[in-house]
Ligand binder design. Structure first.
Ligand code: UGA
Length: 459
């Protein structure tokens, strides 16, 4: 198909690159306008982004391929737990629509936001099949002003999409990478008050369009090229994981030397160059993002012939953490065979019902494999009807799970566990042995209550 003649958009982009008067006029027109946006994917990323964009005044049509999900959303039900999301969906319902039909989502839309998941494929790389399926739909919408990818994708994905748009006579349609930095459990707050909004766009027109969407968002919008934006997302996650794994390695050293990792990291974190965040030693990271993004980044580098040595070590340390905990607890109680173990917390972190890649899966599986009877508690997590959970017993309260237990292990630092009556728990357990996998409780207090108390990196 022959390429289109330069359009107003392209002229604007060319003028913008020269930084002339036209740029300023364009910028003032882009800001604060209500846009029509088609959001593809109503999962953790798309639903939060769609609801927040609607809250900011834009008209959003969310498209998903799951009829159950679209029907539930249309009835006003929220498919997963995320604080503030239900209220946002309700408050912005006049500007939000849900559909299974890509054509309906794209009709009249100025922007198409790609928010589908990119799970790890069998080789560890990100599986982009859902992204390409959305791009196939988008290629039938030449009226769009821009295609924006929020899904976490390998570096170079934007360049491929740009080529596809150009090859389909859509050279005037802008492309941007606008990666997501929100964390589950605080995603709405992170979207509205971000540390930064990253917009990777090769032209000024598209950058200003995306920046304008975020005008009422409380955080700086940073422009860069598309490849850098794609890598910034993966790098930020990798550095967060590196901080956690480093804290976990130092925790092991603390166990061997008698130092206390909490005190060490408190001193370290007070250095403003290092920062206090993500230095929490424990059972390691899980969730839908860190495990898949670490693997995707590793494979991305491997595909260029480069081995990311530090990242490989970060992953290895993380894989060891739950196994080390099991080994230490086994030594403490003389093995697990025939023992009743309370597993407190199943979600990969508090504040979410998400069980994906949760350390609790490895812990429960190892306990069962060693012959233990596993009694679980979690206030939110929805354990799938799958192994290992089908072989465990679920309880409504932590005290129920603890009754008659030979030992307990805190896997998720739910605030309920900090505040519960541990004296009563000690009295109801067969033996008061506690492995605090998240360093949630005070060692001195737990020992006062008669517990044999083990923690991560604490004497
Ligand atoms: C993470 C990032 O924090 C977000 O910025 C990013 O946008 C998101 O991934 C993503 O790529 O979509 P999330 O997976 O929701 O967000 O969870 P986090 O709150 O970052 O926690 C991840 C894991 O690290 C949890 O298992 C948590 O228990 C563990 N963690 C966290 C520690 O073990 N120690 C710490 O000090 C902090």
């Amino acid at each position: 198909m022959p390429k289109k003649q330069p359009t107003a958009n392209k002229k604007a982009r060319a003028a913008a690159r020269q930084g002339g008067k036209f740029t300023r006029a364009l910028a003032s027109r882009e800001n604060g306008k209500s846009r029509r946006i088609a959001v593809f994917g109503a999962g953790y990323i798309g639903l939060v982004a769609g609801a927040c964009l609607a809250e900011l005044g834009h008209i959003v049509v969310l498209r998903d391929v799951s009829s159950d999900r679209i029907e539930a959303l249309s009835r006003g039900e929220v498919p997963f737990y995320e604080p503030g999301l239900a209220e946002l969906l309700q408050g912005a319902k006049d500007r939000l629509k849900f559909t299974l039909d890509a054509g309906e989502a794209l009709a009249g839309a100025e922007l198409a936001y790609v928010c589908v998941d990119t799970p790890p494929g069998p080789a560890g790389d990100a599986d982009l099949s859902r992204v390409w399926a959305v791009i196939d739909d988008v290629l039938r919408a030449p009226h769009l002003r821009a295609v924006v990818v929020k899904s976490t994708v390998p570096v170079g994905t934007g360049a491929r999409i740009r080529q596809m748009l150009d090859a389909h006579g859509m050279a005037a349609v802008g492309y941007a990478s606008n990666p997501e930095f929100t964390a589950e459990g605080r995603a709405v707050n992170d979207f509205m008050h971000p540390d930064r909004v990253v917009v990777g766009a090769d032209d000024e027109d598209t950058f200003r369009l995306i920046a304008g969407l975020h005008e009422r968002v409380d955080g700086p919008v940073v422009r860069m090229d598309v490849r850098s934006a794609e890598l910034a997302k993966l790098t930020a996650n990798a550095l967060l994981m590196a901080k956690i794994s480093f804290a976990n390695e130092i925790a092991t050293l603390c166990e061997l030397t008698g130092a206390d990792v909490q005190q060490v990291m408190r001193a370290v974190g007070m250095d403003h160059r290092l920062g206090v965040h993500y230095l929490g030693a424990g059972l390691g990271w899980g969730g839908s993002c860190f495990p898949k993004d670490s693997s995707a980044l590793k494979q991305l580098a491997a595909d260029t012939g480069h081995h990311l040595q530090l990242l490989s070590a970060v992953i290895e340390v993380n894989n060891l953490q739950p196994r080390r905990a099991i080994q230490r607890l086994a030594e403490e109680i003389g093995g697990f065979h025939g023992k009743r173990i309370a597993l407190l917390g199943m979600a990969f972190k508090p504040g979410t019902d998400d069980m994906r890649e949760a350390p609790s899966i490895v812990i429960a599986s190892r306990l069962l494999a060693e012959g233990a009877e596993v009694h679980c508690w979690d206030p939110l997590a929805r354990a799938a009807a799958l192994d290992p959970w089908t072989s465990t017993t679920r309880h409504y309260t932590p005290l129920e799970a603890l009754a008659g237990a030979d030992a307990a292990i805190i896997v998720t630092e739910w605030p309920e566990l900090r505040d519960m009556d541990w004296a009563q728990a000690a009295a109801s357990m067969r033996a008061p042995v506690l492995f605090d996998g998240r360093n949630l409780l005070s060692p001195a207090r737990m020992r006062e209550l008669g517990f044999s108390y083990l923690a991560v990196g604490r004497p």
